[in-house]
Write a protein that binds this ligand. Structure first.
Ligand code: MRU
Length: 356
């Protein structure tokens, strides 16, 4: 089952409603691209690659919803849809990456009729989704070489099948290591305030019968200092050209404590998440979400009423704390400036496919 997909019978976008997991498993259906945008901002679907694929399908849906008979009119409507989808969440670059690819394709002169454009947008969205699964497998294989038999891995947020179209990034490395028969244990950060670790990562690990313990975010430093962690694996929502990594709030603290304790820290990052246009991480827009996510825990107040809270959803880890970055093109080590660009270019040439 994929996290997000196109239903070819109803011509709608379907996705697992992650707000309800692990208690209720429900697939939501969308026939309007504006609702697809809302499903991203309200986090029915979350995780950078899943958001990218969802937006790509959202663009295909916008093309189908349009009554335009002339291409220039369809393009105007697609640009409007692109700006609505782009505004859904600011940090994950996969969103604008997928939307830009769709707009460029639609604008290509080889597609003259509006029906050609509609068909092409759906085909590209499907390809983005299919590629995501395949390249996650490749990243999992690449990253599994970092994991030794008997390792304990510290993991933050949810980076599994639910954060992607299927399989996952950092969690995908863990799945690959388990598949290779390595005996591993995962310490799962609960990941306040949205509890992606407690709700989603545990759910995925349980289904795969991988050994784990859920820990409070505040416990991670203790486990690292007392020698109970061999490696830290996380995802990324946007990685700048110099290797600075924006990821779920709390990642920076993990990286600093990992460095202090000599523990390797590896983000697992498809090259679609690398933003070579940004020189460093301070240029990455950081989403600030509603304060109620902090003031409440799953719909229940946990603080006095009338107080205020701050709720940045992501933080930036400077590249000096990053041991290496696992991509579909291989594991990238410093100097990141040069080597990340090479990894992106290798992926654009399709080299990761040839190795499958
Ligand atoms: O706010 P979320 O749940 O969308 O945040 C997700 C993450 O921070 C993941 O680590 C990231 O998207 C990369 S993993 C696929």
């Amino acid at each position: 089952m994929r996290t997000v997909y196109w239903d070819y019978e109803s011509n709608t976008v379907k996705l697992i409603d992650q707000r309800k997991l692990p208690f209720v498993y429900e697939v939501a259906e969308f026939a309007d691209y504006k609702d697809v945008a809302r499903s991203i901002s309200e986090m029915y679907v979350r995780g950078a690659p899943a958001i990218g694929a969802t937006a790509a399908f959202g663009m295909a849906l916008a093309a189908r919803q349009s009554n335009a008979t002339m291409k220039h009119k369809l393009m105007r409507e697609l640009e409007e849809a692109a700006s609505i989808l782009n505004a859904a969440r600011p940090t994950a670059v996969n969103l604008s990456w997928a939307i830009t690819r769709q707009l460029q394709l639609a604008g290509d002169d080889i597609y003259q009729s509006v029906d050609d454009v509609r068909q092409a947008l759906l085909e590209l969205a499907q390809q983005i989704a299919d590629d995501d699964v395949e390249l996650n497998r490749r990243m999992g294989f690449n990253g599994a070489e970092l994991i030794s038999d008997g390792d304990t891995i510290l993991h933050h947020c949810n980076t599994g099948a639910l954060a992607t179209v299927d399989w996952g990034t950092a969690l995908g490395v863990i799945f690959a290591a388990a598949e290779q028969g390595k005996n591993i244990h995962v310490l799962v950060d609960e990941t306040r305030p949205r509890l992606q670790g407690a709700r989603l990562t545990t759910w995925e690990l349980q289904q795969r019968d991988i050994s784990f313990d859920l820990i409070a975010d505040n416990a991670a430093g203790h486990f690292m200092r007392t020698g109970q962690v061999n490696i830290v694996l996380v995802g990324s929502d946007r990685t700048a050209g110099n290797g600075d990594v924006a990821n779920k709030i709390g990642t920076y603290k993990l990286a600093v404590v990992a460095r202090e304790n000599g523990i390797p820290f590896y983000p697992v990052v498809p090259t679609s998440t690398v933003d070579l246009l940004l020189a460093h991480g301070d240029l990455i827009p950081i989403e600030e979400r509603n304060q109620n996510e902090v003031l409440m825990a799953i719909d229940r107040p946990i603080a006095p009423s009338g107080i205020t809270a701050r709720n940045p959803a992501f933080d930036v880890t400077p590249h000096r704390y990053v041991t290496g970055i696992v991509t579909e093109s291989g594991i990238v080590y410093p100097p990141f400036q040069r080597n990340l660009r090479a990894a992106v270019e290798a992926s654009q040439r399709g080299e990761w496919r040839q190795r499958n």
